[in-house]
Ligand binder design. Structure first.
Ligand SMILES: Cc1cc2nc3c(=O)[nH]c(=O)nc-3n(C[C@H](O)[C@H](O)[C@H](O)COP(=O)(O)OP(=O)(O)OC[C@H]3O[C@@H](n4cnc5c(N)ncnc54)[C@H](O)[C@@H]3O)c2cc1C
Length: 434
């Protein structure tokens, strides 16, 4: 029997170092350049600051912890990564300093599995070094979360593929050295066998980033999420990643891990809001006593603590299962569950933190408003919660069967009659009755 909730002492020391390092060295970057995380390769000033930080992370053996040693990572597995991501999720810059930022993590996994040696040398190595950023271009304006509705086509023309169509919310397209694009190659086999994945280098003729969409509140045209027109973009045949028609399977390589990482970072977002709420409750006096002494506020704090701890345990158990089974499919129900639960957790805990701060909570002098919006970013990225909840329900229902007759198996009159019959038989067979 092994059932252990303790972190081993050596790794706990690493986490302790991370907590201080993120707070002291990285959070100042969040304050100064909250929107610049992905412009970093283009900004020498920021690079100068980042390089020594990344060196420290490497020296501690904490760089790119999601990857195996063959790719320059530590092979720590998902459980340790979950504990790390709880800390990194507090900060926008921290995942970049630790080499674990989305969507580069998933794109690196795809290139590692399906790239040619030349593609690995040109793109994977600098991506893993954190010298370039990449883009994952799947969602379409009309298709959204339903790949069955995708229209972007790739057609073979001699030794090239020609890609035509529109993609929406392709994060970091404007800064990416390459884009990984999902396109329909066989409309008759949609969605699962009809799509393929392609590597499109930056600057390919016909690659048009039409608009940079921002999140609500960001300046127009300056956002991170590209509306991309693939206007007969030609790529060599070798840029097909995986087999033709295997795009959906290739996507699953990255999405399983990506969804878990969103949930792990959500713990960090909520923990930060929770810490702010507790500090404020102990600082603000009204009607003669601290907010911390009001039962309503105590309720906010207790509910938030309980919900966060429940969620955290489910995330850690999911990570543990992935490490144990090494098979995302086997853990799909758990992954879908934590992905669906994360937005509500952020809504509830960050919402209460805003409430306890009053007007300051929604002002631009705290970043709780940005954190509150994260529930939607976490909720929509890699598929909306409804779809994940449907996955949970479908998989759970596989373990059940319909009632054998007219009444439910727990129908009390039926069970009572059966129990009476059972008792009568037992009594008839007991020595006292003979
Ligand atoms: C911050 C951010 C970053 C992103 N980055 C990327 C990226 O890098 N690359 C990329 O390709 N995409 C990216 N996306 C897009 C993301 O994958 C989509 O937003 C997501 O798949 C949902 O598609 P949609 O927004 O068009 O919503 P729709 O598909 O239009 O869905 C709208 C709503 O309808 C409901 N709904 C949808 N489907 C179902 C269903 N089956 N059952 C019940 N209800 C349903 C849900 O409430 C859903 O929120 C990003 C999104 C965000 C917010």
């Amino acid at each position: 029997m092994s059932w252990d909730f303790e972190t081993d002492a050596a790794f706990e020391a690493q986490l302790q170092w991370m907590r201080e390092f993120v707070r002291e060295e990285i959070e100042p970057l969040d304050v100064l350049w909250p929107d610049d995380v992905y412009r970093q390769p283009q900004r020498e000033e920021v690079n100068l600051l980042l390089r020594p930080l990344k060196e420290q992370v490497r020296a501690r053996g904490l760089w790119a912890a999601h990857l195996g040693p063959n790719l320059g990572g530590q092979g720590y597995g998902q459980l340790k990564l979950a504990l790390m991501n709880e800390i990194l999720g507090r900060s926008q810059w921290a995942p970049r300093v630790f080499g674990t930022q989305a969507p580069d993590t998933g794109n690196a996994e795809i290139l590692a599995h399906y790239g040619t040696p030349e593609q690995k040398a040109k793109y994977l190595v600098p991506l893993l070094e954190g010298d370039i950023v990449s883009c994952y271009s799947m969602t379409e304006p009309q298709g959204g979360s339903d790949p069955g509705g995708f229209l972007t086509r790739a057609v073979k023309d001699g030794e090239e593929w020609v890609i035509t169509g529109w993609k929406f919310f392709s994060s970091h397209a404007r800064w990416a050295e390459f884009l990984i694009v999902m396109a329909v190659t066989d409309p008759n086999s949609m969605p699962y066998r009809g799509m393929s994945m392609f590597l499109v280098p930056r600057g390919s003729p016909g690659l048009d980033i039409v608009r940079n969409i921002g999140l609500s509140g960001e300046a127009e045209g300056d956002g991170a999420h590209g509306l991309v027109h693939y206007n007969e973009v030609r790529v060599p045949a070798a840029n097909l990643l995986g087999e033709e028609g295997e795009g959906f399977a290739v996507a699953q390589t990255r999405l399983g891990g990506g969804r878990v990482h969103h949930a792990m970072r959500s713990v960090g977002i909520c923990q930060r809001a929770f810490d702010m709420m507790c500090e404020r409750a102990l600082s603000r006096t009204t009607k003669g006593s601290l907010l911390a002494d009001k039962q309503y506020v105590q309720g906010y704090i207790a509910d938030s603590w309980i919900e966060l701890e429940q969620f955290r345990l489910l995330v850690l158990r999911t990570a543990w299962k992935i490490d144990r089974y090494q098979d995302y499919q086997r853990v799909r129900e758990d992954i879908a569950a934590i992905k669906a639960a994360a937005p509500k957790l952020i809504n509830d805990i960050v919402g209460r933190a805003i409430q306890v701060h009053g007007a300051l909570g929604i002002s631009n002098e705290l970043d709780l408003g940005r954190l509150f919006l994260m529930q939607y970013a976490v909720g929509f990225s890699d598929g909306p919660s409804e779809v994940h909840k449907a996955t949970v329900a479908r998989r759970v229902l596989k373990r059940y069967s319909p009632a054998p007759g007219l009444w439910p198996t727990q129908h009390l009159p039926t069970r009572r009659a059966e129990a009476r019959e059972l008792v009568k038989e037992r009594l008839a067979g007991s020595p006292g009755q003979q």
